[in-house]
Design a protein around this ligand. Structure first.
Ligand code: SF4
Ligand code: SF4
Length: 465
């Protein structure tokens, strides 16, 4: 029996602890568009020895008996294709939420996320009717950035209209967007607008130099980061993006905000790989230019950092993609590596509205990057705040998955454990997570106010000092 096999308990996949995250590094990137329509590029399928660990870790398979599970979506479909060359991708691939739990659980390093994303891309481009409601709805959801940009021109009206009963009823009936969900509010000032008022990169450079001088650090220290804020922090929760800027400048970092589009996460999950590639090309181009100049890339959303780190090089072959992948970090992770964050937190105290007991949920995409214990460990010593890990279940919303009427009930069922732990495990009605859609689901299921770890860091290090 191999080492990998000896770790497996097929009867109870939840007990399995993979020894190393699957980064898919041993597999060649696949240029999905525009040069290749050959999707039989998965030596990874040969590494699958059918242990079913991925299936036992799949939150969708747990609540949906019809869903064939990740083993079928990945290695088995590829084997079928190789066997007869005529196999078409099964439509059940659209029921995978792209949570990537299977990807990190596989003990054999099978690149399940890469296989599912590629299969979904093939299914959507070859099988799905582009005039169908499903395609149109998914395209709108996947391109949230476009809708949010439009809504941000009239934020108050948009926030009202998107939650106006008759409009929601129509959206539910026509587009199959569940009326049970509340649309997030649009900020009256986007992060980008605020950033321009702060003087952009020039203002940040000057402030960072002053801080370094005050902290007794070399004024010319090479402390500079390129911030990938993502769509949601720009249009809906600019307080998270502002907190990142404030916290990084507190440590003497110069922040730049490069040209950027959507990370592509909702596009991967909906099989819109051509859209994702267009956005990735812009992001990689601007980020790689800065990496060449010595900047590291940081993201406040764990799905964005995952896209830049893992999904881009797995799916696209774009100049500079490896440099961007190698130099991208989740924002708190980066500070933990480079600063004495723990020491600062031990000396800090928080009061006011953030002096609370937080129900912390680790997003699946944070787990995939090995970051699931980060917030609990970091804030464990912060006076005034308490962190209660609300368990390892998926939040169920998985970006756009829970925004589809036919998946709404499943999404809520997946989240039942998380809701229960939040309500039973914490006294304050406040939660914490790094993922904006997990935050939506947490708020939707419990009514709690959900905050980002950067907001607590800002309150502890800056507002109270
Ligand atoms: S893909 Fe990995 S986890 Fe799933 S059955 Fe194969 S070896 Fe096991
Ligand atoms: S990505 Fe998530 S939903 Fe999709 S097959 Fe894997 S575990 Fe299941």
């Amino acid at each position: 029996m191999s080492d990998a096999e000896s770790n497996i308990d097929p009867a109870d996949g939840t007990d399995f602890q993979p020894t190393a995250p699957n980064t898919g590094e041993e597999f060649e990137p696949v240029d999905v568009f525009p040069d290749s329509d050959d999707f039989d590029l998965r030596p990874g399928s040969d590494s699958c020895y059918k242990c079913s660990t991925c299936d036992t870790n799949c939150p969708v398979a747990e609540v949906d008996d019809e869903f064939p599970g990740p083993k079928f979506q990945g290695p088995e479909q590829w084997r079928l294709k190789q066997a007869d060359g005529e196999h078409t991708i099964d439509d059940s691939v659209m029921d995978c939420s792209n949570c990537l739990r299977c990807d990190s659980a596989c003990p054999s390093g099978v690149p399940l996320g890469q296989m599912h994303n590629t299969a979904r891309g093939e299914y959507v481009s070859e099988e799905l009717n582009t005039f169908s409601i499903e395609y149109i709805r998914n395209r709108i959801l996947a391109n949230y950035r476009t809708s949010a940009w439009l809504a941000s021109k009239f934020p108050r009206t948009s926030s009202f209209m998107m939650n106006f009963g008759p409009v929601r009823w129509m959206m539910d009936k026509v587009l199959k967007v569940p009326k049970e969900r509340d649309f997030p509010e649009f900020a009256t000032e986007t992060f980008q607008e605020w950033w321009a008022k702060q003087g952009g990169a020039t203002g940040s450079r000057e402030r960072a130099r002053e801080v370094r001088e005050r902290r007794g650090e070399p004024v010319d220290a090479d402390k500079k980061v390129a911030y990938f804020h993502g769509c949601y922090s720009n249009y809906n929760t600019p307080e998270v993006a502002k907190a990142l800027v404030n916290v990084y400048e507190y440590f003497g970092y110069e922040v730049v905000v490069p040209e950027q589009k959507c990370s592509g996460t909702p596009m991967f999950a909906n099989g819109m790989l051509a859209d994702a590639r267009r956005h990735a090309e812009v992001n990689v181009s601007s980020m790689s230019d800065l990496v060449d100049q010595g900047y590291d890339a940081v993201a406040s959303c764990t799905s964005c950092s995952l896209a830049l780190r893992q999904e881009y090089p797995e799916l696209f072959d774009i100049d500079g993609i490896e440099e961007v992948s190698d130099n991208t970090f989740e924002s708190v992770e980066y500070l933990r590596i480079h600063e004495d964050l723990k020491g600062e937190i031990e000396a800090a105290e928080v009061d006011g509205e953030l002096a609370a007991e937080f129900g912390y949920h680790a997003p699946c995409h944070a787990r995939n990057q090995g970051l699931e214990r980060q917030a609990v460990e970091l804030f464990g010593d912060l006076e005034g705040a308490e962190m209660e890990d609300v368990g390892d279940s998926c939040s169920g919303i998985s970006g756009t998955y829970g925004w589809k009427s036919e998946k709404y009930e499943k999404s809520m069922k997946i989240a039942e454990d998380m809701f229960e732990h939040m309500e039973e495990g914490t006294e304050s009605e406040v939660g914490m997570t790094e993922c904006p859609t997990c935050a939506m689901q947490m708020e939707h299921g419990t009514g709690y106010d959900i905050r980002h770890p950067l907001e607590l860091l800002e309150a502890a290090l800056i507002e109270e000092n």
